[in-house]
Design a protein around this ligand. Sequence first.
Ligand SMILES: [Zn+2]
Length: 95
Amino acid sequence: MEIDEIDWPELPISCPHCGNHGQAGGEWEENGWTPFRLIEEVVQSWQFTPVERGDGLSLIADAAAGTDPLTNLQIECGQCFELFSLPEKTKVQFE
Ligand SMILES: [Zn+2]
């Protein structure tokens, strides 16, 4: 399906901040090609060894001793750019 064939108002996605429902002629059309975008924030941590060098400090991060990244997927409103949660029972598939 092409993105311009999507009937956005039929979907259970609407912005709780401004009420954007992806309706035709909405303010989101001035900001981009789609009323909503997926946003992923990734948090990852590593152990590190501090090494003093001259008057500074180097942190040597151990790439093998990192944690699995914690990710947080949300939807960004194309009208007010606030973030909100995906609807319940929504699966995200990257292709
Ligand atoms: Zn909004």
